[in-house]
Write a protein that binds this ligand. Sequence first.
Ligand code: DWN
Ligand code: SAH
Ligand code: ZN
Length: 405
Amino acid sequence: MNKCLVCAAPIDQFISFGKMPIANGFLKPEEFAKEYFFELRVGFCSQCAMVQLLEQPEREKMFHANYAFFSSTSKFMAEHFKEFAGFVKEKYLKSPDPLVVEIGSNDGIMLRNFANAGIRHLGIEPSENVAQVAMRNGIRTVCSFFDAELAKKIVFEHGQADAFLGANVMCHIPYLHSVAAGIKILLKPKGVLVFEDPYLGDIVQKTSYDQIYDEHAFYFSVASVSNLFAQHGMQVIDVLPQDVHGGSMRYVVAHQGAYSVTEAVEKQRKLEESLGLQRKETFDQLRRNIENSREKLVKLLKEVKRNGKRVVGYAATSKSTTVTNYCGITEELVEFISDTTPIKQGKYSPGTHIPVRPYDEFKKNYPDYALLFGWNHAKEIMSKEQDFVAPGGKWIVYVPEVKVL
Ligand code: DWN
Ligand code: SAH
Ligand code: ZN
């Protein structure tokens, strides 16, 4: 029996996706034979409402000097982080010469907004290749995993922080208690933690099961995040739903009693109750919805193939690794996956070994159908792909429902 990583209560599994490879482990044919697999199992803790992986590969297998995800590949996300930084600056950087610390700072997509404004900043990023891009652009970065020990060192060298930020990284860290303890040490009395992650409410409502993969150890709700920080003398003071990554939540957390709590927090908790995010049955239903989604997608792809049509995958996302492996989608159904990230191109998708090719190959010979693995960027992608659609190209999507657009 697994124990909850947050409250240590016994926890039940509600789904297994079977054997899965490293989601960002794009590889070469000579590496196929020694590819690493683990069982992607997910559980819900009835005690503290935290949804979590029950098995996760060691962190060095996921985050290293060849990490394949570079944040700045999306222009829309760059705009989003400009807004995020503006929100923090306006509301929480009131003291003279403030310090902003960000974990999972990647290639600097967020921190450059502070660096450009001459604000003291520090990025913590364990994946060396992406950290180097940030450093080359003048963003102060420490190449390390964040935990309570590192927090002490940062306070010693730089003093306490006014804002501690994290986008799509808190949910990646299984040792959340060490992270929370570190944040507690690092924040000034009026300092705030502002972080964003894919929101459990959206995953449940949209059956966006592809958010579930090795890197995502947790699937947060306001309830589970509040429970976690309460154990460390901190409280959620504000929550702001976001459209990005298929539906995310921005949480603002502060030392207990340092700020008044906005009405949005209670409102969201009520909404979570009505969605059943604190009930085990919700996740049994989610499993059935996921199984249905798989059945429909496989049926559709096989039908399209039978009709002699070409299907290409659009964007070799981490999420696509869950979809292709869980649904058994190989080169037989999807000719190749087009992606703009140089480090992924010329390699093969994890587990299912579909070729990943440069975007130009999509552009120069449009397929009949594009399977939108980057559905969370649909607005950005569809607005620039008019030339694919105009002569009859069609999108296949599977979130929130399997359909042809
Ligand atoms: O949480 C995480 C999020 C923030 O980023 C990480 N664990 C890993 C990663 O997840 P992902 O790989 O699912 O992220 P995206 O942003 O959905 O995928 C981006 C991929 O799509 C990149 O490989 C670039 C590609 N892409 C493309 O080929 N054409 C993206 C866009 C916008 C495009 O137009
Ligand atoms: N914040 C960026 C990157 C998200 S990808 C964005 O939203 O686009 C997750 C990032 O977190 C990766 O760059 C990974 O190397 C980093 N990361 C993983 N574990 C970490 C840890 N313990 N401390 C700090 N960063 C971590
Ligand atoms: Zn728990």
